[in-house]
Each structure stands twice: as structure tokens, then as C-alpha cells.
Write a protein that binds this ligand. Structure first.
Ligand SMILES: [Zn+2]
Length: 281
């Protein structure tokens, strides 16, 4: 949901569309600058969330590279994480989705400690915000495309306030064949071994524009990409997810795309007999 004009715009739009769960940025998605949240907007936000029993999630801006081998980007990213966790506190948002960035060719072993240190540092500066590490598509030295890598970070940080956001497009692009029952089952086994399924608090439900293992982070309309309607049905039937929050990050090329994607999700979930999850919008 967009925060154009005011952060309170996000819950307002969610209510308008009948979405019980939504994701937003708390500041500009493509800038290092953190815009301070106005106290009136923040109370309006909290009121709307409470009155409508909404579940808000925040996403860190794209520039953040919390374990970057580049000193300047590293210190800016640490500040960005702290600022964004502060924004979440003032808005009463429990979970902040964080990308693990890129090791810029140095390898995970080189930057693992820096990344862990940033997360621990940020957690110490915040009292209530939880961090959800999002799996990546694996392109361009990105960190965290494999569950074992995410598990390593969670273990080194050793804090209950670190969980996981599972992105279906990224998992597929990283080579996990979630469109098949067998692939979904082996992903679930790997998650179980690496950090545990209950650590997943949010699912980014996106189809993939490119084939299995492409490494490309290109989200596509639900059912119309390489995962497809049948693939999502396999995923829902086999995945042993305990998370009950899902958001889509699908493109909106023409008006009404969000609605069409939401209907596709509804259809899949109904076919799988999971009416509880069926979106209202
Ligand atoms: Zn995502």
C-alpha cells in the first residue's frame, strides 16, 4: 500500500479494498533519507489499524545492504535499519521485512559477521520491532537465497525478535521448485532443518516471470507466471506453513490488476479447502 501524502494512507487504502493484511514502506523506498513521521499521522495510523483489526507489515527501502563490504554503504545501511525500526515503533508495526543485500562478490563468509553485527546492533536500539529476513532470488551475489544461509544468520544473532519472510517468487528463482509437490516438500524440509517453519511470519505471494532457477527477481501476476495456478495449489497443499499473513507484491500494470490477482489467490485457496485464508477484497 502506498504512503503517498501520509503514512495513514496505507491503512486507509487497505480498508477501502477490504484487505486485512498489508505491507508498506515507512519512508521513501528509494532514498537513504528517513522522513520523520508526523505524530498526527501516526495516531491516525494506529487508530485505523486498531479499529479495523488490520495486520500491518513494513518493508525496508531497497538501498539497504546491512552487511555491505563497502564502508559508506555499510554505515548508511545500519542507520537506515535503526531509523526504520524506530518508524515501526512509532506506528505500532511489529514486523519489519529486511533484505540481506549483496556481498558484492566477496562471498557470504566475508560479510556474514558484518551482517549479524548490524542486526544485533539494531535490535539493541529498538524495544519492540521484530526483523523478518526475506529470502532472495540469488541474483548478483545476493545474500540469503538459500535457507541454510538464513538459518546461519538467525543462529548467530540468537534473538527471538528475528524471523523470516518467505517470498515465493524469490524461492522459485533461487531454484526451489515450489510449483511441484516434491519441490515444496523438500523446501519445507530444508526450512525445518535451517530455522523452523514457525519462524516464517509473513509470505510474499508472487508468481515468477522467469523459469525455475533463473536467479531473477521479477514478480509476476498470480497464476500467470512460471509457478502458475497449479503450482500455487501444490504449494498450498504441501507447505506446512503456520504463518497466516500473506501479501502480494505483484505488478499493477493496469487498474484492477490487484483485484484480479486477489481473485486468483481466492480461487486457489478455495480449491485447496483453506477458506480461512480467503481474502475479503
Ligand atoms: Zn518480497
Amino acid at each position: 500500500m502506498s504512503i503517498a501524502g501520509s503514512v495513514a494512507n496505507a491503512p486507509r487504502e487497505a480498508v477501502l479494498h477490504g484487505y486485512p493484511v498489508f505491507q508498506m514502506f515507512t519512508t521513501s523506498s528509494r532514498s537513504w533519507l528517513n522522513s520523520k513521521i508526523d505524530s498526527n499521522a501516526s495516531s491516525e495510523f494506529r487508530d485505523m489499524v486498531r479499529r479495523n483489526s488490520l495486520e500491518p507489515f513494513a518493508h525496508i527501502p531497497y538501498l539497504c545492504n546491512p552487511g555491505s563490504p563497502n564502508g559508506d554503504v555499510y554505515s548508511k545501511s545500519r542507520k537506515m535499519l535503526i531509523d526504520n525500526m524506530g518508524n515501526c515503533e512509532s506506528l505500532g508495526i511489529k514486523y519489519l521485512v529486511v533484505h540481506m543485500g549483496s556481498h558484492l562478490g566477496k562471498g557470504f563468509d566475508e560479510i556474514g559477521d558484518r551482517l549479524t553485527d548490524t542486526i544485533m546492533h539494531a535490535l539493541r536500539r529498538s524495544t519492540s520491532t521484530h526483523i523478518l529476513l526475506e529470502n532472495s532470488a540469488g541474483y548478483n551475489n545476493s545474500v540469503g537465497s538459500h535457507m541454510k544461509e538464513i538459518g546461519n544468520i538467525i543462529e548467530s544473532v540468537g534473538d527471538k525478535r528475528v524471523g523470516v519472510c518467505l517470498d515465493t517468487c524469490h524461492a522459485f528463482a533461487a531454484g526451489y521448485d515450489i510449483a511441484s509437490k516434491k519441490g515444496t516438500s523438500s523446501l519445507m524440509d530444508e526450512i525445518e532443518e535451517s530455522f523452523g517453519i514457525d519462524k516464517i511470519k509473513l509470505v510474499h505471494l508472487n508468481d515468477a516471470k522467469f523459469p525455475l532457477g533463473s536467479g531473477l527477481d521479477r514478480h509476476w501476476h498470480i497464476g500467470k507466471g512460471h509457478i502458475g495456478m497449479k503450482g500455487f495449489a501444490n504449494f498450498f497443499r504441501i507447505s506446512r506453513l503456520t504463518a497466516d499473513c500473506f501479501v502480494m507484491e505483484t505488478p499493477e500494470n493496469t487498474d484492477g490488476d490487484d483485484h484480479t490477482n486477489m481473485q486468483a489467490v481466492s480461487k486457489i485457496m478455495k480449491a485447496c479447502g483453506i477458506e480461512d485464508y480467503a481474502p475479503k477484497g
